[in-house]
Design a protein around this ligand. Structure first.
Ligand SMILES: N[C@@H](CCC(=O)N[C@@H](CS)C(=O)NCC(=O)O)C(=O)O
Length: 222
């Protein structure tokens, strides 16, 4: 039996969380090593595991992969979450890149000074409501299908659910003007592998707290 994928990152969401989501939604078990000290990070560097001296790092299929977007795209292809042809694939890429942009704004906010942090979160909610969610609402409404692309679950669906849940943590009523997205959220959340990942005790990570921010700063020295 092939070894489980192994994820090297902090014990928090950051740029690894979407990778956890894709694996979990695909029903793939994975191991995690959490970076807690500078020494762990320097050892990975010294051992030549980090292509550009950065995490996330994922060991899978005998490879050491870095660059979160490349990892996500590999997993999407491997686990049949990447559409049926090139046209579907590029749409999945566009939608996934949109939600990644939005989630990166959320991931970076805790590292800003308190006032800027609050402004960043407010901007995220505004962008979600005015830029990203209307697009996905319209896509679902126009094609009347249950998934964003084609007739099967894709990386784009999984990541949109992840993004919706993250923005709802900042504003519980953010979906109030988006009925298609409300239904989408319920539908995708009920896919058995995803439902399991949403249960307490899964490898899904909570929103970042002060301790997480401190560990990341200590390990990366910034
Ligand atoms: N484009 C890269 C960016 C990775 C990245 O910025 N990683 C941060 C931690 S979240 C890091 O390792 N920073 C250390 C550094 O850049 O020196 C990706 O998406 O994986």
């Amino acid at each position: 039996m092939a070894a489980k994928p192994k994820l090297y990152y902090f014990n928090g969401r950051g740029r690894m969380e979407s990778i956890r989501w894709l694996l979990a939604a695909s029903g793939v078990e994975f191991e995690e090593e959490f970076l807690e000290t500078r020494e762990q990070y320097e050892k990975l560097q010294k051992d030549g595991c980090l292509l550009f001296d950065q995490v996330p790092l994922v060991e899978i299929d005998g490879m050491q992969l870095t660059q979160s977007r490349a990892i996500l795209s590999y997993l999407a292809a491997k686990y049949n979450l990447y559409g049926k042809d090139l046209e579907e694939r590029v749409r999945i890429d566009m939608y996934a890149d949109g939600t990644l942009d939005l989630m990166l704004m959320i991931a970076q906010a805790p590292f800003r000074p308190p006032k800027e942090k609050e402004e960043s979160y407010a901007l995220v909610v505004q962008r979600a409501k005015n830029r990203y969610f209307p697009v996905f609402e319209k896509i679902l409404k126009d094609h009347g299908e249950i998934f964003l692309v084609g007739n099967q679950l894709s990386w784009a669906d999984i990541q949109l659910l992840e993004a919706i849940l993250m923005v709802e943590e900042l504003s519980v009523s953010v979906l109030s003007d988006f009925p298609m997205l409300q239904e989408f959220k319920t539908r995708i959340s009920n896919i058995p592998t995803i439902k399991k990942f949403l249960q307490p005790g899964s490898q899904r990570k909570p929103p970042p707290d002060g301790h997480y921010v401190e560990v990341v700063r200590d390990v990366l020295k910034f």
